[in-house]
Write a protein that binds this ligand. Structure first.
Ligand code: ACK
Length: 293
């Protein structure tokens, strides 16, 4: 049941605050497209105030009753999350097609594009800044993990940059709340980011997120010049991930600072019990620990 503090009166009807109407949204321009639909930038108008937002417009045909119910449930969960290193989910607009998800706008776009474009000009970002990106990502993930939320698609493509170039983790589309384990229902999975224990079972845990964190560190320290396992097919990448003798499955890029290379290898631990958690990773990345070892 709706608590008064969670509700807002829109045209005489009480609704949850995260329940947005299509005519409260003005689309300004397209940012990109994905498998699910398009991402636009725009404004969310409520009570005569406009907020800059990003808008995910879901493809038609995917909005059966079942999906709509899942969509609303998911939005209800994630709009409660509040952390500077997570893209805030402001709400959903489920009453008309296309269904829309209204998100906090990350002013500086996607980290992957940012690093990749610099790498094409043979430029490199300072180590301190790359380490800062990893620390931001660890902070956001530690918050999610503490809430028992599994991301399941942590990768540089899902890291966005805020106004101060801080990393904001996005795309909770695959995440599930309140479960230690989550089984993928989708067939499309990000193979190159998958932990060995998830690859056959498609069971995801916070520890498989930690493995994906290591792959994402690899991307960051290689300036997102290529996808992980460059030059290999998905099948070959899968074989390496499965191969217990390949430790780590990918070497830290040559330019990786020593401490970071060490952390990356620790996160590539095949034994799930021994793989660190995000709180520990965060401690290892914090600036006050930079001089350790
Ligand atoms: O580098 P970009 O502009 O940042 O290109 C991609 C594009 O949409 C496709 O994913 C951008 N994008 C996605 N979500 C957001 C968001 N919440 N804020 C700003 N840009 C976003 C992303």
């Amino acid at each position: 049941k709706l608590q008064p503090s969670d509700a807002i009166l829109v045209r005489g009807i009480s609704r949850p605050k995260y329940y947005i109407l299509h005519d409260e949204i003005v689309l300004d321009g397209k940012l990109g497209a994905g498998a699910f639909g398009q991402v636009w930038r725009g404004k969310f108008w409520r009570k005569n105030e406009a907020k800059d937002v990003a808008i995910k417009r879901l493809n038609h045909g995917k909005s059966g009753k079942e999906i709509l119910r899942g969509f609303v449930k998911e939005a209800k969960l994630v709009q409660k999350l509040n952390h500077p290193n997570l893209i805030r989910v402001i709400g959903i607009a489920p009453t008309e097609e296309p269904l829309m998800i209204i998100l906090e706008l990350a002013k500086n776009g996607c980290l992957k594009n940012y690093l990749h474009n610099l790498s094409k000009k043979e430029k490199r970002v300072e180590d301190e800044i790359l380490i800062g990106f990893c620390l931001d990502m660890a902070r956001g993930m530690a918050y999610l993990a503490a809430k028992m939320i599994i991301h399941r698609d942590l990768a540089a493509r899902n890291l966005l940059l805020g106004e101060k170039m801080e990393v904001k983790i996005s795309d909770f589309g695959l995440s599930e709340c309140g479960k230690i384990e989550a089984r993928a229902t989708k067939i499309k999975v990000p193979i190159r980011w998958l932990a060995p224990e998830s690859i056959d079972t498609l069971i995801f845990t916070t520890k498989s997120d930690v493995w994906a964190f290591a792959v994402t560190m690899w991307e960051i320290f290689s300036m997102c010049a290529s996808d992980p396992f460059p030059g290999l097919t998905n099948r070959q990448a899968k074989d390496i991930i499965r191969d217990k003798s390949k430790n780590p499955p990918m070497d830290p890029p040559n330019e990786t600072p020593k401490q970071m290379a060490k952390l990356m290898v620790e996160c590539f631990e095949r034994n799930v019990e021994e793989r660190p958690g995000f709180a520990e990773i965060m401690r290892k990345l914090a600036p006050e620990n930079e001089d350790l070892n």
